[in-house]
Design a protein around this ligand. Structure first.
Ligand code: ATP
Ligand code: MG
Length: 378
Protein backbone atom coordinates (compact mmCIF):
# COMPACT_ATOMS: atom_id res chain seq x y z
CA UNK A 1 0.00 0.00 0.00
CA UNK A 2 0.98 3.63 -0.34
CA UNK A 3 0.71 6.10 2.49
CA UNK A 4 0.35 9.68 1.30
CA UNK A 5 0.87 12.77 3.45
CA UNK A 6 -0.25 16.18 2.38
CA UNK A 7 0.87 19.57 3.55
CA UNK A 8 -0.64 23.06 3.60
CA UNK A 9 -1.32 22.92 7.31
CA UNK A 10 -2.71 26.44 7.04
CA UNK A 11 -5.81 25.20 5.25
CA UNK A 12 -8.88 25.07 7.44
CA UNK A 13 -12.54 24.12 7.27
CA UNK A 14 -14.12 24.02 3.84
CA UNK A 15 -10.81 24.61 2.04
CA UNK A 16 -9.30 21.64 3.72
CA UNK A 17 -12.18 19.39 2.66
CA UNK A 18 -11.94 20.70 -0.88
CA UNK A 19 -8.18 20.09 -0.85
CA UNK A 20 -8.59 16.49 0.29
CA UNK A 21 -11.40 15.70 -2.14
CA UNK A 22 -9.47 17.09 -5.07
CA UNK A 23 -6.27 15.36 -4.10
CA UNK A 24 -8.01 11.99 -3.85
CA UNK A 25 -9.72 12.59 -7.19
CA UNK A 26 -6.42 13.54 -8.85
CA UNK A 27 -4.60 10.54 -7.38
CA UNK A 28 -7.32 8.30 -8.75
CA UNK A 29 -7.01 9.92 -12.16
CA UNK A 30 -3.26 9.56 -12.49
CA UNK A 31 -2.98 6.08 -11.06
CA UNK A 32 -6.28 4.75 -12.40
CA UNK A 33 -5.71 1.08 -13.31
CA UNK A 34 -2.85 0.67 -10.88
CA UNK A 35 -5.17 1.17 -7.94
CA UNK A 36 -7.82 -0.97 -6.26
CA UNK A 37 -8.97 1.31 -3.46
CA UNK A 38 -8.27 4.72 -1.99
CA UNK A 39 -9.34 5.66 1.50
CA UNK A 40 -8.72 8.50 3.91
CA UNK A 41 -7.74 8.75 7.50
CA UNK A 42 -7.04 11.87 9.48
CA UNK A 43 -4.12 13.62 7.75
CA UNK A 44 -3.27 10.77 5.41
CA UNK A 45 -4.49 9.11 2.24
CA UNK A 46 -4.23 5.35 1.87
CA UNK A 47 -3.83 3.92 -1.61
CA UNK A 48 -4.14 0.20 -2.16
CA UNK A 49 -2.46 -0.78 -5.37
CA UNK A 50 -3.32 -3.81 -7.45
CA UNK A 51 -1.23 -6.93 -7.24
CA UNK A 52 1.99 -6.81 -9.28
CA UNK A 53 1.76 -3.05 -9.55
CA UNK A 54 4.60 -1.21 -11.27
CA UNK A 55 6.17 0.55 -8.28
CA UNK A 56 8.58 2.61 -10.32
CA UNK A 57 5.67 4.00 -12.31
CA UNK A 58 3.65 4.71 -9.16
CA UNK A 59 6.62 6.53 -7.67
CA UNK A 60 7.24 8.57 -10.82
CA UNK A 61 3.61 9.64 -11.08
CA UNK A 62 3.12 10.57 -7.44
CA UNK A 63 6.36 12.56 -7.42
CA UNK A 64 4.80 14.93 -9.93
CA UNK A 65 1.37 15.42 -8.45
CA UNK A 66 0.67 18.76 -6.70
CA UNK A 67 -0.66 18.56 -3.16
CA UNK A 68 1.53 15.69 -1.96
CA UNK A 69 4.09 16.50 0.71
CA UNK A 70 5.58 13.02 0.88
CA UNK A 71 4.57 9.40 0.36
CA UNK A 72 5.80 5.95 1.28
CA UNK A 73 5.36 2.37 0.23
CA UNK A 74 4.19 0.90 3.51
CA UNK A 75 2.83 -2.19 5.17
CA UNK A 76 -0.40 -1.97 7.08
CA UNK A 77 -0.74 -3.96 10.29
CA UNK A 78 -3.25 -4.10 13.12
CA UNK A 79 -2.46 -1.75 16.03
CA UNK A 80 -0.79 -4.37 18.12
CA UNK A 81 2.83 -4.25 19.24
CA UNK A 82 3.60 -7.89 18.39
CA UNK A 83 2.31 -7.40 14.85
CA UNK A 84 4.28 -4.17 14.58
CA UNK A 85 7.47 -5.87 15.70
CA UNK A 86 6.97 -8.79 13.34
CA UNK A 87 6.25 -6.57 10.34
CA UNK A 88 9.10 -4.20 11.09
CA UNK A 89 11.52 -7.11 10.98
CA UNK A 90 9.96 -8.41 7.79
CA UNK A 91 10.25 -4.99 6.13
CA UNK A 92 14.01 -4.81 6.53
CA UNK A 93 15.08 -8.42 6.52
CA UNK A 94 16.47 -8.23 2.97
CA UNK A 95 18.31 -4.97 3.57
CA UNK A 96 22.04 -4.71 3.96
CA UNK A 97 22.81 -2.28 6.77
CA UNK A 98 24.67 -1.95 10.05
CA UNK A 99 22.89 0.80 11.93
CA UNK A 100 19.27 1.81 12.26
CA UNK A 101 16.74 3.77 14.23
CA UNK A 102 13.00 3.49 14.82
CA UNK A 103 10.86 6.56 14.48
CA UNK A 104 7.35 6.03 15.79
CA UNK A 105 4.50 8.53 15.75
CA UNK A 106 1.38 7.88 17.73
CA UNK A 107 -1.54 9.62 16.03
CA UNK A 108 -4.00 7.55 18.01
CA UNK A 109 -3.59 8.50 21.66
CA UNK A 110 -5.63 5.53 22.87
CA UNK A 111 -2.82 3.21 21.83
CA UNK A 112 -1.35 2.03 25.17
CA UNK A 113 2.33 2.66 24.35
CA UNK A 114 4.00 6.04 23.84
CA UNK A 115 6.12 6.75 20.78
CA UNK A 116 9.26 6.39 22.85
CA UNK A 117 8.15 3.02 24.18
CA UNK A 118 7.39 1.81 20.66
CA UNK A 119 10.83 2.96 19.51
CA UNK A 120 12.45 1.07 22.35
CA UNK A 121 10.48 -2.14 21.94
CA UNK A 122 10.82 -2.40 18.17
CA UNK A 123 14.44 -1.26 18.38
CA UNK A 124 15.27 -3.98 20.86
CA UNK A 125 13.64 -6.60 18.68
CA UNK A 126 15.67 -5.59 15.60
CA UNK A 127 18.86 -5.30 17.61
CA UNK A 128 18.51 -8.76 19.12
CA UNK A 129 17.13 -10.67 16.17
CA UNK A 130 19.19 -9.07 13.41
CA UNK A 131 22.27 -8.11 15.41
CA UNK A 132 22.23 -4.48 14.26
CA UNK A 133 23.25 -1.33 16.07
CA UNK A 134 21.01 1.56 17.05
CA UNK A 135 22.28 4.91 15.83
CA UNK A 136 19.96 7.82 16.54
CA UNK A 137 21.99 10.55 14.84
CA UNK A 138 23.11 9.01 11.60
CA UNK A 139 21.41 5.66 10.96
CA UNK A 140 21.71 3.83 7.65
CA UNK A 141 18.06 2.85 7.86
CA UNK A 142 15.09 4.44 9.61
CA UNK A 143 12.00 2.40 10.30
CA UNK A 144 8.99 4.69 10.47
CA UNK A 145 5.93 3.54 12.38
CA UNK A 146 2.68 5.48 12.38
CA UNK A 147 -0.08 4.47 14.72
CA UNK A 148 -3.45 5.30 13.20
CA UNK A 149 -6.96 4.76 14.49
CA UNK A 150 -7.33 1.12 13.53
CA UNK A 151 -4.10 0.25 11.85
CA UNK A 152 -0.41 0.94 12.05
CA UNK A 153 1.76 1.73 9.02
CA UNK A 154 5.38 0.77 8.74
CA UNK A 155 7.83 1.98 6.09
CA UNK A 156 11.47 2.74 5.53
CA UNK A 157 11.47 5.52 2.98
CA UNK A 158 9.79 8.93 2.88
CA UNK A 159 9.66 10.04 -0.75
CA UNK A 160 9.28 13.80 -1.25
CA UNK A 161 6.43 15.09 -3.36
CA UNK A 162 6.30 18.56 -4.91
CA UNK A 163 3.96 20.04 -2.29
CA UNK A 164 1.59 22.76 -3.45
CA UNK A 165 -2.16 22.50 -4.00
CA UNK A 166 -4.14 19.97 -6.05
CA UNK A 167 -4.97 21.06 -9.59
CA UNK A 168 -8.42 22.55 -9.62
CA UNK A 169 -8.17 24.32 -6.23
CA UNK A 170 -7.82 27.71 -7.95
CA UNK A 171 -9.21 29.15 -11.16
CA UNK A 172 -7.90 29.28 -14.69
CA UNK A 173 -4.97 31.36 -15.94
CA UNK A 174 -3.59 31.88 -19.44
CA UNK A 175 0.14 31.17 -19.52
CA UNK A 176 2.30 32.69 -22.24
CA UNK A 177 4.51 29.80 -23.16
CA UNK A 178 7.57 30.35 -25.33
CA UNK A 179 10.07 27.66 -26.17
CA UNK A 180 12.57 29.13 -23.70
CA UNK A 181 13.67 27.99 -20.28
CA UNK A 182 11.64 30.42 -18.18
CA UNK A 183 8.00 30.23 -19.17
CA UNK A 184 7.68 26.43 -18.70
CA UNK A 185 8.98 26.92 -15.14
CA UNK A 186 6.53 29.79 -14.54
CA UNK A 187 3.67 27.60 -15.82
CA UNK A 188 4.76 24.73 -13.61
CA UNK A 189 4.77 26.99 -10.55
CA UNK A 190 1.21 28.10 -11.23
CA UNK A 191 0.09 24.50 -11.79
CA UNK A 192 1.79 23.58 -8.53
CA UNK A 193 -0.28 26.20 -6.71
CA UNK A 194 -3.52 24.64 -7.93
CA UNK A 195 -4.24 26.83 -10.98
CA UNK A 196 -5.67 25.40 -14.13
CA UNK A 197 -3.10 26.62 -16.65
CA UNK A 198 -4.20 27.13 -20.25
CA UNK A 199 -1.17 27.46 -22.50
CA UNK A 200 -0.80 30.07 -25.20
CA UNK A 201 2.01 29.95 -27.71
CA UNK A 202 2.69 32.38 -30.54
CA UNK A 203 4.76 31.52 -33.56
CA UNK A 204 5.68 33.19 -36.80
CA UNK A 205 4.57 30.74 -39.43
CA UNK A 206 7.07 32.14 -41.93
CA UNK A 207 10.14 31.37 -39.81
CA UNK A 208 9.27 28.20 -37.91
CA UNK A 209 7.45 25.05 -38.82
CA UNK A 210 4.97 23.43 -36.51
CA UNK A 211 6.10 23.92 -32.89
CA UNK A 212 6.70 20.29 -31.89
CA UNK A 213 8.97 21.31 -29.05
CA UNK A 214 6.21 23.36 -27.43
CA UNK A 215 3.95 20.32 -27.52
CA UNK A 216 6.64 18.30 -25.79
CA UNK A 217 6.85 20.88 -23.01
CA UNK A 218 3.07 20.93 -22.59
CA UNK A 219 2.93 17.14 -22.57
CA UNK A 220 5.55 17.05 -19.82
CA UNK A 221 3.74 19.68 -17.73
CA UNK A 222 0.51 17.72 -18.23
CA UNK A 223 2.05 14.94 -16.14
CA UNK A 224 1.56 17.41 -13.29
CA UNK A 225 -1.63 19.08 -14.45
CA UNK A 226 -3.30 15.81 -15.66
CA UNK A 227 -5.18 17.55 -18.46
CA UNK A 228 -4.24 20.67 -20.44
CA UNK A 229 -5.61 22.91 -23.12
CA UNK A 230 -3.36 24.93 -25.41
CA UNK A 231 -3.79 27.67 -27.99
CA UNK A 232 -1.34 28.03 -30.89
CA UNK A 233 -1.56 31.43 -32.49
CA UNK A 234 0.13 32.71 -35.64
CA UNK A 235 1.72 36.09 -35.23
CA UNK A 236 3.33 36.50 -38.69
CA UNK A 237 0.73 38.83 -40.22
CA UNK A 238 0.80 41.13 -37.22
CA UNK A 239 4.60 41.18 -37.20
CA UNK A 240 4.72 42.16 -40.86
CA UNK A 241 2.35 45.03 -40.12
CA UNK A 242 4.56 46.17 -37.25
CA UNK A 243 7.70 46.01 -39.36
CA UNK A 244 6.14 48.34 -41.94
CA UNK A 245 5.70 51.24 -39.57
CA UNK A 246 7.51 50.70 -36.26
CA UNK A 247 11.27 51.23 -35.74
CA UNK A 248 13.18 48.04 -34.94
CA UNK A 249 14.03 49.00 -31.37
CA UNK A 250 10.35 49.16 -30.39
CA UNK A 251 9.17 45.99 -32.09
CA UNK A 252 9.84 43.52 -29.31
CA UNK A 253 7.63 45.56 -26.96
CA UNK A 254 4.92 45.73 -29.58
CA UNK A 255 4.99 41.96 -30.01
CA UNK A 256 4.75 41.36 -26.31
CA UNK A 257 1.91 43.84 -25.84
CA UNK A 258 0.16 42.14 -28.72
CA UNK A 259 0.60 38.76 -27.00
CA UNK A 260 -0.99 40.18 -23.86
CA UNK A 261 -3.95 41.52 -25.76
CA UNK A 262 -4.63 38.18 -27.38
CA UNK A 263 -4.17 36.49 -23.99
CA UNK A 264 -6.82 38.89 -22.63
CA UNK A 265 -9.25 37.82 -25.34
CA UNK A 266 -8.67 34.18 -24.54
CA UNK A 267 -8.99 34.85 -20.82
CA UNK A 268 -12.41 36.40 -21.42
CA UNK A 269 -13.51 33.47 -23.53
CA UNK A 270 -12.21 30.89 -21.06
CA UNK A 271 -13.37 32.78 -17.96
CA UNK A 272 -9.77 32.80 -16.75
CA UNK A 273 -8.61 35.16 -14.01
CA UNK A 274 -5.13 36.19 -15.08
CA UNK A 275 -2.16 35.99 -17.42
CA UNK A 276 1.14 34.28 -16.61
CA UNK A 277 4.59 35.04 -18.03
CA UNK A 278 8.13 33.83 -17.41
CA UNK A 279 9.56 37.31 -16.88
CA UNK A 280 12.35 37.96 -14.40
CA UNK A 281 13.41 41.54 -13.75
CA UNK A 282 16.37 42.67 -15.82
CA UNK A 283 17.18 39.28 -17.31
CA UNK A 284 17.08 40.54 -20.89
CA UNK A 285 16.59 44.00 -22.38
CA UNK A 286 12.84 43.52 -22.78
CA UNK A 287 12.58 42.86 -19.07
CA UNK A 288 13.83 46.08 -17.51
CA UNK A 289 11.39 47.30 -14.90
CA UNK A 290 10.20 50.07 -17.24
CA UNK A 291 9.64 47.66 -20.12
CA UNK A 292 7.81 45.17 -17.94
CA UNK A 293 5.50 47.93 -16.78
CA UNK A 294 4.93 49.01 -20.38
CA UNK A 295 4.19 45.43 -21.49
CA UNK A 296 1.89 44.63 -18.58
CA UNK A 297 -0.09 47.85 -19.00
CA UNK A 298 -1.55 46.34 -22.16
CA UNK A 299 -3.43 43.78 -20.08
CA UNK A 300 -6.74 44.34 -18.33
CA UNK A 301 -6.27 41.09 -16.46
CA UNK A 302 -3.65 40.85 -13.72
CA UNK A 303 -0.32 39.50 -14.98
CA UNK A 304 1.42 36.98 -12.74
CA UNK A 305 5.14 36.37 -13.09
CA UNK A 306 6.19 33.80 -10.54
CA UNK A 307 9.88 34.04 -11.56
CA UNK A 308 10.08 37.81 -11.23
CA UNK A 309 12.67 37.76 -8.42
CA UNK A 310 14.66 34.68 -9.40
CA UNK A 311 18.11 34.62 -11.00
CA UNK A 312 18.64 32.68 -14.21
CA UNK A 313 20.63 30.07 -12.29
CA UNK A 314 17.78 29.49 -9.89
CA UNK A 315 15.31 29.15 -12.77
CA UNK A 316 17.58 26.69 -14.56
CA UNK A 317 17.81 24.58 -11.41
CA UNK A 318 14.03 24.29 -11.24
CA UNK A 319 13.82 23.58 -14.99
CA UNK A 320 16.29 20.72 -14.56
CA UNK A 321 14.41 19.35 -11.59
CA UNK A 322 11.05 19.33 -13.37
CA UNK A 323 12.53 18.05 -16.63
CA UNK A 324 11.68 20.93 -18.98
CA UNK A 325 15.29 22.11 -19.31
CA UNK A 326 16.34 19.43 -21.78
CA UNK A 327 13.45 20.30 -24.08
CA UNK A 328 13.86 24.07 -23.67
CA UNK A 329 17.48 24.08 -24.81
CA UNK A 330 16.64 22.50 -28.16
CA UNK A 331 17.04 25.15 -30.85
CA UNK A 332 13.92 27.13 -31.72
CA UNK A 333 13.48 30.61 -33.19
CA UNK A 334 11.12 32.48 -30.93
CA UNK A 335 8.94 34.94 -32.79
CA UNK A 336 9.83 37.68 -30.27
CA UNK A 337 13.19 38.09 -31.99
CA UNK A 338 11.74 38.46 -35.49
CA UNK A 339 13.32 41.51 -37.14
CA UNK A 340 14.08 43.34 -33.92
CA UNK A 341 16.97 45.65 -33.09
CA UNK A 342 20.02 44.24 -31.35
CA UNK A 343 19.56 46.91 -28.71
CA UNK A 344 15.87 47.46 -28.02
CA UNK A 345 14.64 50.43 -25.99
CA UNK A 346 15.19 49.80 -22.32
CA UNK A 347 13.02 52.62 -20.99
CA UNK A 348 9.82 52.42 -22.95
CA UNK A 349 7.22 55.14 -22.55
CA UNK A 350 3.68 53.82 -22.67
CA UNK A 351 2.26 56.88 -24.50
CA UNK A 352 4.88 56.57 -27.20
CA UNK A 353 4.12 52.89 -27.76
CA UNK A 354 0.38 53.47 -27.77
CA UNK A 355 0.83 56.08 -30.49
CA UNK A 356 2.71 53.61 -32.66
CA UNK A 357 0.11 50.92 -32.02
CA UNK A 358 -2.55 53.13 -33.59
CA UNK A 359 -0.68 52.79 -36.90
CA UNK A 360 -0.77 48.99 -36.90
CA UNK A 361 -3.79 47.03 -38.11
CA UNK A 362 -4.82 44.57 -35.43
CA UNK A 363 -7.93 42.45 -35.12
CA UNK A 364 -7.92 40.00 -32.21
CA UNK A 365 -11.08 38.32 -33.53
CA UNK A 366 -9.48 37.56 -36.88
CA UNK A 367 -6.37 36.23 -35.25
CA UNK A 368 -8.22 34.05 -32.77
CA UNK A 369 -10.37 32.59 -35.50
CA UNK A 370 -7.25 31.04 -36.97
CA UNK A 371 -5.93 29.78 -33.65
CA UNK A 372 -5.41 26.09 -33.24
CA UNK A 373 -6.71 24.60 -29.98
CA UNK A 374 -5.37 21.33 -28.65
CA UNK A 375 -6.09 19.12 -25.67
CA UNK A 376 -3.41 17.17 -23.86
CA UNK A 377 -3.97 14.32 -21.46
CA UNK A 378 -1.57 12.43 -19.28
P1 ATP B 1 11.52 32.41 -21.86
O1 ATP B 1 12.70 31.62 -21.41
O2 ATP B 1 10.26 32.05 -21.14
O3 ATP B 1 11.37 32.43 -23.34
P2 ATP B 1 13.01 34.79 -21.95
O4 ATP B 1 13.94 35.01 -20.84
O5 ATP B 1 13.56 34.24 -23.22
O6 ATP B 1 11.80 33.89 -21.42
P3 ATP B 1 11.50 36.68 -23.48
O7 ATP B 1 11.80 35.88 -24.69
O8 ATP B 1 11.66 38.15 -23.50
O9 ATP B 1 12.32 36.20 -22.23
O10 ATP B 1 10.02 36.36 -23.07
C1 ATP B 1 9.46 36.81 -21.89
C2 ATP B 1 8.12 36.14 -21.68
O11 ATP B 1 7.24 36.44 -22.76
C3 ATP B 1 8.23 34.62 -21.72
O12 ATP B 1 8.61 34.09 -20.49
C4 ATP B 1 6.83 34.22 -22.11
O13 ATP B 1 5.96 34.25 -21.00
C5 ATP B 1 6.44 35.34 -23.09
N1 ATP B 1 6.73 34.91 -24.48
C6 ATP B 1 7.82 35.19 -25.22
N2 ATP B 1 7.74 34.61 -26.44
C7 ATP B 1 6.56 33.97 -26.49
C8 ATP B 1 5.87 33.18 -27.48
N3 ATP B 1 6.39 32.93 -28.66
N4 ATP B 1 4.65 32.69 -27.17
C9 ATP B 1 4.10 32.91 -25.95
N5 ATP B 1 4.70 33.63 -25.00
C10 ATP B 1 5.91 34.15 -25.24
MG1 MG C 1 12.41 33.50 -24.87
Amino acid sequence: MILIHYGEIGLKGKNRIKFENLLVKNIRRILNEEVVKISREHGRILVFEKENADYELLRKKLKKLPGIENFSFAVQTPCNIDEIKKNSLKLIKEEDFKSFKVHAKRGNKSFPLTSIQINEMVGKEIKNKMKKEVNLNNPEITIYIEIGKENAYIYKEKISGIGGLPTGMQGKVISLLSGGIDSPVASWMMIKRGCNVIFLHFYNETIVSYPKKIEEIIQLLTETQIESKAYFVRIGDFQREVIKSVPAKYRMLMYRRFMNKIANEIAKKEKAKGIVTGDSIGQVASQTLDNIICIYSSSNFPVFSPLIGLDKKEIINIAKKIGTYEISIKPYDDCCSFMVAKHPVIKARIEEIEKMEKRVYFSPEEILEKAEIKKFVI
